[in-house]
Design a protein around this ligand. Sequence first.
Ligand code: IPT
Length: 982
Amino acid sequence: MTAPVFDVARIGPGEGSIDPRTRLRTDAPSQSLDGCWSFRLSPSPALAPHDEWTQGETEGWDEITVPAHWNMSGFGTPAYSNVQFPFPIDPPYPPDENPVGDYVRRIDVDAEIRQVMDAGGRALLRFDGIESAADVFVNGIRLGSTRGSRLTHEFDVTDRLTGAGDVIAVRVAQFSDGTYLENQDMWWLPGIFRSVTLLARPVGGIDDAVLTGDFDHETGHGAVAVTTTAGAVLEVPELGIRVDVAAGRSTVDAGAVEPWSAETPRLYDATLATASETVSVRLGFRRVRADDGVLTLNGRPIMLRGVNRHEHDPDRGRVHTTELARRDLVLMKQHNINAVRTSHYPPHPELLDLADELGLYVIDECDLETHEYEYVSWRGNPSDDPAWEASFVDRIRRTVTRDRTHPSVIMWSLGNESGAGCNIRAMARWVRENDATRLIHYEGDHSSRDTDVYSRMYASHDEVRRIGEESDEIAPAGIGAAELRRRSLPFVHCEFGHSMGNSPGGVKEYWELYERFPRLAGGFIWEWIEHAIAIEDEHGRRAFRYGGDFGESVHDHNFVIDGLISADRDVRPGLVDYAAIIAPLVITVEGDRRGIRLENRYDHVDTSHLAVTWRREVDGVVVAQGELDVPPIAPRQRGVVPLPAEARTVSASSVADVLTIVAALRDATSWAQRGHVVATGQRVDAGAPRLGAAAAPDQGEFDRRGRPLRLGSLDVVEGPGIGIWRAPTDNDLFPGWDEPTLPPMAERWALARIDRMQTRVRGIRPEATALVVDTRVGAPSFDSGVDALWRWSDVPEGRLLELDLRSIGSWDNAWIEKAPFAWTVDWARLGIDVTLAGAPVGMEFAGYGPGPSYPDTDSGVHFGWFEAGADELVTPHVRPQESGSRRGVRTAVIRTSEGAVRVSVVGGEALDAGVALTVSPWDRTTLSTTSHASLLPAPTATHVSIDIAQSGVGTATCGPGVLPRHRLPARDASFALLFETV
Ligand code: IPT
């Protein structure tokens, strides 16, 4: 028998599978069919052979591992596109070029499963994820098809299996009608990428059951809601519960319980048993509500400190491994994150087990996105076409049904970026009828008519403030009942803080708003992981690739590299910043060090699990320390704690006297060790360096343009000169959403030519105590620039530079004809650039660290005496760009393969704020013209920038640009530096 036509262009859900069931742990036997399958790839459904393959004829085929994507397994290459569709919008048709993968596996059914079947039981074949459409066969008989790549499908195979040598065959198309509903911003990765399992269903077993725990905060009592297909015994041993429950719905009073929350992820093991099957669930008792505009859990307001998480493994794509999933969630918890939106599809089921256990609130999102319709002004959007209703409802039904026992899931999300319409409404209706224990989320319809929260993405700070004040714009339809209802819902910022490259700036300012207005329930950073794909480059080294690197004709470059962690799970500076912004404890040292103010931002627990210690360092030496006696502060309350006398003292110092307060875990948790730091507060009193008398330096130590030949023990290769440009960050390359009609910063800089400034020496003047060098730095074609007066002298401590900088000319766009609007050329930075001999080896510095920061990403750094190795100087962004600045630096030793120099702030305005120091293996032109980190040349020199001011980084790739307060308009400056030999 030959396989029937493979229909991949038919509007509708898959067919032939059984009704979706809740995911439960069971003692019924199962058999994993993961592992090696026979595999054959055809270029399109029309060219897929109609031979005897479904009966196991696979001679000459290749092999593939399941689960995997075939284009990550040597069959084809991955492709990335975001909103734009890789083929014409011509629903329900996929393109002719539509790879088809045939999978075959011959199995002997495990004896345990056979026994169940022999006793009259049934067997199910379960697929947890196939992208994008499959036809399923057993022993040559077609059982049906799947739609919904990240959704589970089960087929009853009882009457099809013989027990020995059974042939399981699956034909998978990369694209299908389903693809029109799955245009998420991610790699196109086809294949059987989640597990395949054979499940035994014993006679008298529990075919389906839903167990959820409810918590009544007024009585402190819990209740277990049970819906089961078979009469069974419910047991919760810890609560002394052992009751018979009949088939159907029932509620069992659990008495006094400890509630579940992200902060107290208390789970109770529960079982439901019949004579032939026991299923087990980890119950959490909690109640989530939208209460008068406030999101609450167990009667208390909660704040979502969230991230959006895709499933991504740089070597495997969307194939889940327990190890990476746990690593992700543990890293989240360690960085104070308490919520995950599973953008934009249900995650691997194990992720929810981990979220229950570790304590994370989950917005579980349906596998739905029709974003491609934005390109055609949403014309013909399936979301509003009744022909697609069954497909939409099937998707949400599979999502909710699989995951409904998880206490961590507090909202169902209907999907992402799919516009509005009747099918979105039908999905919401289905959820309302089937699960009352969570709220409904959906961002794509701003009327919020079907949701329980008002959700938006990338709203500006100003709009978020207005939403908080309930003074936001009234919907075009006017202020009817629907609009009043929307305005009364809690607000969730489901995507904000676009973490692409050196980013996201402005998050702190969002957080201040969330904290200020009770209606604002927090937000989710876009996004958790960079989706770089790892390859081995021509030198045999591991290297990261992005859109366009695999020859795609339609792609979105590196827009998929926008995470708080790298694809290899290295923490990016944005995560450190976010962790501090959302820290559950805010520690403020009173100005005069009299005491500290503590703000407990936990929603459910007091502060007794934290040990609060203090430490005083003078010029890098710890002079006193101790633990503070902090009476427990209740959730969302504040307290003031006095400081002991030794902490209050401030000594004279040359660098700084620093008081640091640290709150750390008293005991280990499932996600961190004892002593893990949750929050830090500081008071820095800057010291005053003293220098001996100055004398004029030997002019022979300078070149003919008045530049020193050496600094410390290092030869100067180039400079020093004045720089106001940076290697554009991803954000610099995009117009901010707040200024959509203006050219992006990087373009303004290029138009104003500040990336290629020229220096003219106006005069060199030996004076009694200094060599004075007067320079003008200007942009070609323009009369704007920076005048710099350099005063070099020798002091007993080393070589002193006093620098005066004056902005000259105009920095508006009047001179650029093509500019239709008025804008200014804000600078990227203002400082000195100098190239020193030798590749960088590292640095030691006293300043804000240990990692990099910029004016709008400076929450996660604190003052200290730090070291950075060669590989910590800059951030290895996949697309090279500006990074690595250490701010507030007062003194630092820069080491290269040729020697070292110490640079210290000794005067001028830098005495208060310090300088921003960037030590990079690459110059800015190289950084800005190299497409991938792996293509950067081996470092030969050390590029040092010492900046008196810098611009923030903003989040213009998706959202507002740099906030005005963090910009750097043209300005003057004066400061003094000391260079010493070490
Ligand atoms: C928004 C998407 O929801 C998300 O999937 C991702 O694409 C993100 O942006 C950008 O990285 S959609 C955007 C056009 C607002």
